[in-house]
Design a protein around this ligand. Structure first.
Ligand SMILES: [Zn+2]
Length: 276
């Protein structure tokens, strides 16, 4: 059981899943309004995340940290995974994911676990087998969370999408050292170095497509969020072709987050599919 008061607990949970669950801010506000007569809670401390990538709150302990996190330990469709060629089945009925992104207003948040880029508006979508998912945010892991043939790439980018009824699809992009990505500098020149709930707005519009590889062939499987509460029912699309960033661009992220990847999880008999 948690000793946190309901308000603190909600704030904590909202802090952890910012960007994935809409409506937390409104719920926090509603609760604050009902607590007007109480002394103000210590919001910054309560909002601080209670999970991490090392020590007593590292991934192997996530399932014990909070009642809501038990799926991290008990789930049978967890992410990330190691993608091994013999497990991948070609399906001739699958067509490559359609990515319908346009230049958009974005803002950066250092949430203590990664840099999250919040995307304004409802104009960016992917279409997967006829179903449309709207882009909400994207963020980064170092090294990559998914492995291919037992090997990490240097980083991985996750575009997180949702349908109107709450289904989640994550488009994963593997990143290797190489040529500089010029568009990325719009974000990287304003990296928030300290953890904060304040978002840093980026001037002008950001070209989301500049972060994609040319080839959209993918590995698909059913998995989970890779951070607590490790919610399952997530449709994963990991693109096969990696993109390149310069070592300086990768190094700039590494100085803030030396490693922020959850280790690969058991496949548990799941099938992986690719376009035939
Ligand atoms: Zn992620």
């Amino acid at each position: 059981m948690s000793l946190l008061k309901p308000y603190s607990r909600l704030l904590l949970v909202c802090g952890l899943v910012t960007g994935l669950l809409a409506g937390c801010a409104e719920k926090e506000q509603a609760l604050q309004n009902t607590e007007k007569s109480s002394p103000a809670p210590a919001a910054p401390a309560a909002a601080k995340a209670h999970w991490s990538y090392e020590g007593d709150t590292s991934p192997e302990h996530w399932g014990e940290l909070e009642e809501d996190f038990e799926t991290c330990e008990l789930g049978k469709e967890q992410s990330p995974i190691d993608i091994e060629a013999p497990d991948v089945k070609k399906d001739s009925h699958l067509s490559p994911v359609e990515v319908d992104y346009s230049p958009s207003e974005v803002s950066l948040v250092n949430n203590g676990h990664t840099i999250q880029v919040n995307v304004s508006g409802e104009n960016n979508h992917i279409v997967l087998e006829g179903k449309s998912y709207t882009l909400k945010q994207f963020h980064f892991h170092l090294p990559s969370e998914h492995e291919v043939g037992g090997k990490h790439n240097e980083m991985e980018l996750h575009f997180v999408h949702k349908t109107a009824d709450g289904e989640i699809a994550v488009l994963g992009i593997l990143i290797n050292g190489g040529a500089e990505n010029a568009e990325l500098n719009k974000l990287w020149s304003q990296l928030p170095r300290e953890e904060s709930e304040e978002a840093v707005a980026i001037d002008g519009k950001f070209d989301l497509k500049a972060l994609l590889p040319g080839d959209l062939h993918s590995y698909r499987y059913h998995g989970s969020l890779t951070t607590p509460p490790c919610t399952e029912g997530v449709q994963w699309i990991v693109l096969q072709q990696p993109v390149e960033w310069s070592e300086a661009q990768i190094g700039a992220f590494r100085t803030l987050f030396p490693h922020d990847n959850r280790p690969v999880q058991p496949l548990e008999g799941r099938t992986l599919e690719t376009e035939g």
